[in-house]
Design a binder for this molecule. Structure first.
Ligand SMILES: [Zn+2]
Length: 359
């Protein structure tokens, strides 16, 4: 999908794909290349609905329940094409390759292993396959990579507790955080407080979704009930100045995914995503692609969108890059390397007129 607002990028624009950054909001199946989905669907004889079989990304309008259901259904169909350890390895490798091409030096990918477990021999083998794939992809691409295990809010909180224990068990193998995804309008965050306590006590970052489909109240719940260290989306915190102040004061990074917000109808157009409000309130942000498979744009596109729709200067884009790195769970030496790279990007020459454009 084109994220350009029709204006040509300024001739001074540096290439955002060369800006070092960390990617903290990317879902497992949602990271798949569309061409890979086509191949896997063909291999397994899965019939893809038109919205997944090429062409323009679907307009989902997930702000009503029907739209959200449709989004979930598309996601489920795509997920059903991941059946073997080799499929998992391919997905992870390609996600890392895409991130590398977009200037990401650190990727935290989010997965609910229960969705893949039936075909891969159970939860434990699934985690082993995913974490081995992550190690392999990191070695191959040079992108540091870790995993967030995400529970599904539509399922029973006891299942979330099982997942939290599993996540903690793999903390020394590459799991760095625990998330909570799916429709935040359903149930209460506090139903999952014990799962999050298990995760936090095991040293994991609490990073639930909030403030996307629901307003600021759901972000408050993430902070107060789940003690979130980072918030998936969180963008609707912009509607509550007191909440913005809290997020800024505590340094809670919001994983803002502007193209996703527009595709799901959270905001009408890119210009409406309140990125400036968060930025100016001092709320740290890490731009993310969420589900590029469904939304048609990847990580660097988010930075390009912030430039074209919100007029962020190169020095502000560099600051967003820094915020993404600081909000990550990357080890100190990786952070330092990325932060130095960001300074070098900004100190480097401005590139030609086409630099900011993406094919
Ligand atoms: Zn998400």
């Amino acid at each position: 999908m084109s994220l350009s607002t029709g204006e040509a990028p300024r001739s001074s624009a540096r290439d955002v794909r060369l800006l070092p950054k960390a990617h903290l909001h990317l879902h497992f199946t949602g990271s798949m290349r569309p061409s890979t989905l086509l191949e896997l669907a063909d291999k397994y004889g899965v019939h893809l609905p038109q919205a997944l079989s090429g062409g323009a990304p679907p307009q989902l309008r997930a702000t009503d329940e029907r739209g959200w259901f449709r989004f979930q259904r598309l996601y489920d169909i795509a997920r059903s094409c991941l059946r073997s350890p080799e499929d998992i390895r391919r997905l992870v490798r390609e996600a890392a390759q895409e991130d590398a091409a977009d200037g990401s030096g650190w990727l935290e990918i989010q997965v609910d292993p229960t969705s893949y477990a039936p075909r891969l021999g159970g939860l434990i083998p699934t985690m082993e396959i995913i974490l081995d794939a992550v190690d392999e992809a990191a070695r191959e691409t040079g992108v540091g990579m870790r995993v967030l295990v995400a529970a599904n809010r539509m399922k029973h909180p006891l299942e979330a507790r099982t997942l939290a224990r599993l996540a903690v068990r793999y903390a020394d193998r590459g799991v760095v955080g625990f998330g909570l995804s799916n429709d935040e309008r359903r149930g209460f965050a506090r139903d999952f407080d014990r799962a999050f306590a298990i995760a936090r006590n095991g040293g994991l970052l609490a990073a639930p979704h909030g403030g996307e489909l629901s307003g600021p109240g759901s972000v408050w719940d993430c902070l107060d009930d789940l003690h979130a260290g980072r918030v998936g989306h969180g963008v609707r915190a912009a509607e509550d100045p007191r909440l913005l102040a809290r997020l800024a004061e505590r340094g809670v990074t919001c994983e803002v995914c502007p193209a996703s917000n527009v595709a799901l109808g959270v905001y009408e157009k890119a210009e409406d995503v309140p990125l400036r409000t968060l930025y100016e309130a001092g709320v740290p942000m890490a731009l993310g692609a969420d589900d590029p498979l469904l939304f048609g744009s990847r990580l660097a596109d988010q930075y390009e969108l912030v430039r074209s729709a919100h007029g962020f200067s190169d020095s502000e884009l560099a600051e967003l890059g820094r915020q993404s790195v600081r909000g990550s769970r990357a080890p100190l030496e990786v952070r330092e390397r990325l932060l130095e790279g960001i300074d070098a990007w900004l100190a480097g020459p401005e590139s030609g007129p086409a630099a900011g454009l993406r094919g």
